[in-house]
Design a binder for this molecule. Structure first.
Ligand SMILES: C[S@@+](CC[C@H](N)C(=O)[O-])C[C@H]1O[C@@H](n2cnc3c(N)ncnc32)[C@H](O)[C@@H]1O
Length: 209
C-alpha cells in the first residue's frame, strides 16, 4: 500500500467543476425528496455529508490507481465525486433503494462508480466497545457487501464514513482489524468537520482553505 502524499496541483478544471456542481445539485434534490417521502414518515439513518467540504478533503488525496471506498454510501454523491476525481470508487450501502438511486445518479452523471448493496461490516465481525457494549448504533445488520464487491477492505487506500455520534470507535476498530495498515480513513462529523486517520492515529487534514 502506498503512503498518501498531497498531489501537487489541486486546481480544478472548469469542466470537472461544472460536472461536480451538477452532481451536488441533483444530490441535494434527491435528499429533499428523500427527507419528505421517507424520513418524515419514519426514522432513517441517511443524512448527506457536506459535499463541498468532502471535495476539498479529497482533492489533495488524488493519485493514479488509488482505490476509494465509501461506507454507507446513501444516494452515492461522494462515491461518484471520488470517481469523477479519478479514484477507483466503490460504495457500500445497506438500503437497496438507495443503492438503486446511487446507480441511477452515477449513470446520469457519466460515472463508473460501483455500488454494492449490503453491510460495511465484514462477515463475522463483532463490535466490542471498551465498555463491553456491543450495540452498533445506527449501523444496521445485513449480509456483508465485500464478497459482492469483489474486494476485501484491505484493498482500499482510502475509506470514508459518516458515522452518527458514538459510532466513530467502531469504524476505527474496523480499519484497525480489517483495513490496510497504510490506508487512510476519513470520518465526517455531524458538524461538517472531516477527520483523517492513518494507522488509527489522527493526522492533520490536507485541506487548503
Ligand atoms: C449518515 S449516512 C451517510 C451517507 C453518505 N455516506 C454521505 O456521506 O452523504 C449513513 C448511511 O449508512 C447506511 N448504513 C447504515 N448501516 C449500514 C451498514 N451496516 N452497511 C452499509 N451501510 C449502512 C445508511 O443507510 C445511510 O445511508
Amino acid at each position: 500500500m502506498d503512503r498518501l502524499a498531497p498531489s501537487s496541483g489541486i486546481a480544478l478544471d472548469p469542466v470537472l467543476r461544472a460536472r461536480l456542481t451538477a452532481l451536488f445539485d441533483e444530490g441535494w434534490e434527491i435528499w429533499r425528496r428523500f427527507d419528505v417521502e421517507v424520513r418524515q414518515r419514519e426514522w432513517h439513518p441517511f443524512v448527506p455529508a457536506d459535499y463541498e467540504r468532502m471535495l476539498q478533503t479529497l482533492l489533495p488525496l488524488r493519485a493514479p490507481g488509488r482505490r476509494f471506498l465509501e461506507w454507507g454510501s446513501g444516494a452515492g454523491v461522494i462515491t461518484i465525486m471520488a470517481d469523477l476525481l479519478g479514484f477507483e470508487a466503490y460504495g457500500i450501502e445497506l438500503d437497496e433503494g438507495l443503492v438503486d438511486t446511487a446507480r441511477g445518479l452515477a449513470e446520469r452523471h457519466g460515472s463508473a462508480a460501483r455500488f454494492q448493496a449490503g453491510s460495511l461490516l465484514p462477515s463475522g465481525y463483532r463490535w466490542r466497545s471498551p465498555t463491553a457494549d456491543d450495540r452498533t448504533g445506527t449501523i444496521g445488520e445485513g449480509e456483508s457487501a465485500y464478497i459482492g464487491l469483489g474486494r476485501p477492505l484491505d484493498d482500499f487506500h482510502l475509506v470514508y464514513g459518516y458515522p452518527w455520534d458514538g459510532e466513530e470507535p467502531l469504524m476505527l476498530d474496523l480499519m484497525r482489524r480489517y483495513g490496510d495498515p497504510g490506508a487512510t480513513l476519513l470520518l465526517h462529523g455531524g458538524g461538517g468537520t472531516v477527520e483523517m486517520f492513518r494507522g488509527g492515529r489522527r493526522v492533520p487534514p490536507l485541506v487548503r482553505t
